[in-house]
Design a binder for this molecule. Sequence first.
Ligand code: WT7
Length: 649
Amino acid sequence: MPEVDITSILKESRVFNPPKKFSESSHIKSFDEYEQIYKEAEIDPEAFWAKIAGELHWFKKWDKVLEWNPPFAKWFVGGELNISYNCIDRHLTTWRKNKAAIIWEGEPGDSRTLTYQDLHREVSKFANVLKSIGVNKGDRVAIYMPMIPELPIAMLGCARIGAIHSVVFGGFSAEALKDRVYDAQAKVIITADGGFRKGEVVPLKEKVDEAADKSPSVEKVIAVKRTGNQVQMKDGRDYWWHDLMKDASDKCEAIPLDSEHPLFILYTSGTTGKPKGVVHTTGGYLTGVYITTKWVFDLKDEDTYWCTADIGWVTGHSYILYGPLANGATSLMYEGGPMYPQPDRFWEIVDRYKVNIFYTAPTAIRALTKHGEQWPLKHDLSSLRLLGTVGEPINPEAWIWYHKLIGKERCPIVDTWWQTETGMILITPLPGAIPTKPGSATRPFPGIIADVVSREGKSEAPNKGGYLVIKKPWPAMLRTIYGDDERYKKQYWEEIKGVYFTGDGARRDEDGYFWIMGRVDDVMNVAGHRLSTMEIESALVSHFTVAEAAVVGRPDEIKGQAVVAFVTLELGNNPTDELKKELKEHVSKEIGPIAKPDDIRFTEALPKTRSGKIMRRLLRDIAYGREKMGDTTTLEDYSVLAKLMEDKE
Ligand code: WT7
C-alpha cells in the first residue's frame, strides 16, 4: 500500500435537493430523519440491525445479534432462516402471490414473466433436481450462465437446500472458470448451450466442457437450452435442464439454515493475480440487502425496478435478486447489451415496461452519452422516478447528462458506494432525505461507521484525502476469503489496524460527504502530490470533444510520475495535435497545472474488463513502453489492446 497522503483536487459545488414531492412519499423523508436514524444506529448498532432482521422470516430467532472476534463476525447467532423462503414463500400467503417477481427480456426480444407463485414452482423443482443428482447442504455449485430466468432459479434452488452457489460471470474464459471451480471444489456446474450478446451466440457449454474436463471435483453438468447451437453432451456427466425438470416434483420445503451458513462465494480480483473467493453468509447478508434495497431505492410495491448489472457480479446478486425479492418487488432482468440492436435499447425497455427505478454503471452512461442525445429523446421516460449508479466514481459531466437527459431533472440520483466484499451498499444518498452533489456518494447508510484516515489510522481533517475505512462490523460484510482466513485478515484488517480497509482513497468534505477517489493503486504521485486518476479523467471528459478518458502514471525522473491520458473522442472530432494541446490546457484550467497530462494518446476504445472497468494496468504497461503485457484473461476485447500497442509512440 502506498505511504503518501492523497491530494484531492476535484472541485464540484452544485447541490441538488430531493424534490419535495419525492420526499413526501419516500421511506426516509428528510435529512433530519436520516440523521436521527443514523445517530440511533450509531449509539446502538445491534438494536438497529436486530429491528430490521425482525422484519424477515426466521424459523428460529437468534440468541445474540453479534459475536465479534475481530476480524471474524457472526450475525444473528443461533438464528435459523432460509433466503429462498424469505424471497419467495413468505409472499405466497399475501396478495403478492401473483405479482410479477421477475420480468425478463432476452436480447432477441423474447420475454417471460415469473410471478412469485411461478418462481416457487420452478425453484422447488430445481431444488429437487439438485438433490436428485447428489447435491447436499454445503456442497458448492458453480453457475456459468447467460442472463436468463434459469439463473436466478438455480441460485434460489441452491439456497433452498443449503448448497453454496458460486456464480462465474458468463463473459469469463474457460481458464478463469476452471480456476474458480477448482478453488471452490465445485461438484456441479450449471450452464446453458449459449447466450445472446450483441447479436452473437456466446458458446458457454463449450467453455464449460474445457473447464470441466480439467476439474476433477465436477461430477455433473446441467445445461439449459437457450440458443440452440450445437453442443456436446458427455454421457453420465451432462444433462439437459428441461429433461431433469420434466419429472421433478414441485414440492420441496426450504430447509432451516444457520444464520451463518454460507450462501455464496463470489470471486473478485485483488492486488495479486489469484482471484479471491469472497464468502457471504445467510442472515446478515439478507438483512443488509433487504433494508438497503428498500431505503436506497425507495422501493414501493407498485414499482418496476431495473438494475442493468449482470448477476455474475455482486450487484446482480444483491440488487437484482436477493434484495428486491426479499422486498416482494418486481425486478426486471435483461439478457443482452445496451447498444443492441441500437444505442436506445435501455430507453426502449424503460419505455415499454414503464420502469420506475433504474440502476446502472457510470461506464454505461458514458458509453451512451457518446452516441448522442437523440437516442434517449426517442422514448418516453416519464415513468422513471429514481436513478442510481454503482461501480466507480461518476464524473460530474456524466452525472449531469444522466440527470438532464434521463431523469429530466426530476429524478434523484443515488450514487451508491460499495464492494463485492461489503455485500450491501454502504455509502449512498437516501433519495428523499439527502441532498446530492454530483460525483459524491454522500453519507454512510445508518449503522455504517465510515471514516477517512491516514496510514496510521488517524481521522483526516475535512477535505484532506486519505484511506476509506469502515470502523464497525456490518451484517452483510464478507466473512472470509474462501479457504484463506489469513489472506482475509491481512488484506482487509491489518493494513490499517483494527478497521476494515476498503482499498479506496477518499475525502470527506465540510458537510461530511464522502468523495471516493478510486482504488489507491490507481492513485498517482506527481511532483509530490497524490492525484486520483479519476479526477483528471473527469476533467478531460468535461471537455466537449471527449467521450471517455483513462489516466495512468509513467515514471518520470523529475516529477516522480508523469500523467499519461488515453482519450476517446466523441464522434465527429479529429485527433489532432492542436486538440492535444487544448486538452492539456483544459485539464490545467480545470484542476491546476500539477494535473496537466504530459502525454495524450487518442484511441478508438479503451481496454476494459467484461464488467466495464478500464484495465489501467494494461494502459500502464503501454505507457511504460513495455513489450510484454501482464495478464489479459479478463479483457473484454483483445483487439483494443492490440491496436493501442501498434499505435505506441
Ligand atoms: C470498487 C468495488 C459494488 C458493486 C460493483 C463493484 C468502486 C464502487 C462506487 C461508487 C466510487 C465506486 C470502488 C470499490 N466503486 N461503487 N459509487 N463511487 N467508486 O464491485 O468490483 O467489488 O468493486 O468499485 O473502488 O472499492 P467491486
